[in-house]
Design a protein. Structure first.
Length: 209
């Protein structure tokens, strides 16, 4: 009986119907209702369905620009001669946005374990901040600790961004560093060209390819 009482005391608050309903409301129903109100709302100029029209216009511009979006250079800095778990990696990417604005895209560093085919496995993403322009190109950078030990790879990708998109993957558009053509599906963003290195916990040698 002591075990039963302990179970009810510790697990009871976590399996209450009220808690489950609250989670659904806060994480799903309320955001969906907010998105719906933005979609059918009146724009500043009085146009009905202003949010929907704005999103449709962005989708057309993104689709037209995406074939010309290109990551022309990725530079890394900050790592010691022997990369260690937690070592800070600074990545800087130069991106041609083909007429889109920096706040209309998300540029991310993608890091994960890398297999023998230079495919990233279970990658994590880190958003890169817009730090300036270089003529017609835009500069994005980030500094992040290496999250794993062993064979680790990284690359850079560009995704669409708009306040009314549920996620950057929604439009199925992505551009990857080193890819000959923009990918048609952002799910393949972690399976393209990457830089690989060996990250040690206590010491060892670096290997790049």
């Amino acid at each position: 009986m002591e075990m039963v009482r302990h179970t009810l005391q510790t697990l009871g608050p976590k399996v209450l119907a009220s808690r489950m309903v609250r989670d659904y409301v806060e994480h799903y129903y309320a955001p969906a209702a907010h998105s719906w109100r933005k979609t059918i709302g009146v724009a500043d100029d009085g146009t009905e369905f202003g949010g929907a029209r704005e999103l449709a216009a962005y989708r057309r511009r993104a689709a037209a620009a995406w074939p010309q979006i290109e990551i022309t250079d990725v530079d890394s800095a900050g790592l010691p001669d022997t990369p260690l778990l937690g070592s800070k990696l600074t990545l800087t990417a130069i991106v041609q946005l083909a007429g889109l604005q920096p706040d209309e895209v998300t540029v991310q560093a993608v890091l994960g374990r890398v297999d023998t085919g230079d495919v990233l496995l279970d990658p994590t993403t880190v958003d890169m901040a817009h730090t300036g322009t270089d003529g017609v190109s835009h500069i994005f950078s980030t500094t992040t600790p290496l999250p794993l030990a062993g064979s680790v790879g990284y690359t850079v990708r560009v995704l669409p961004r708009h306040p009314m998109l549920a996620d950057g993957n929604e439009l199925g558009l992505v551009t990857l560093a080193g890819a000959d053509q923009p990918a048609a599906d952002s799910r393949c963003s972690a399976a393209r060209t990457c830089v690989a290195l060996v990250v040690c916990q206590n010491g060892g040698s670096e290997a790049r390819r």
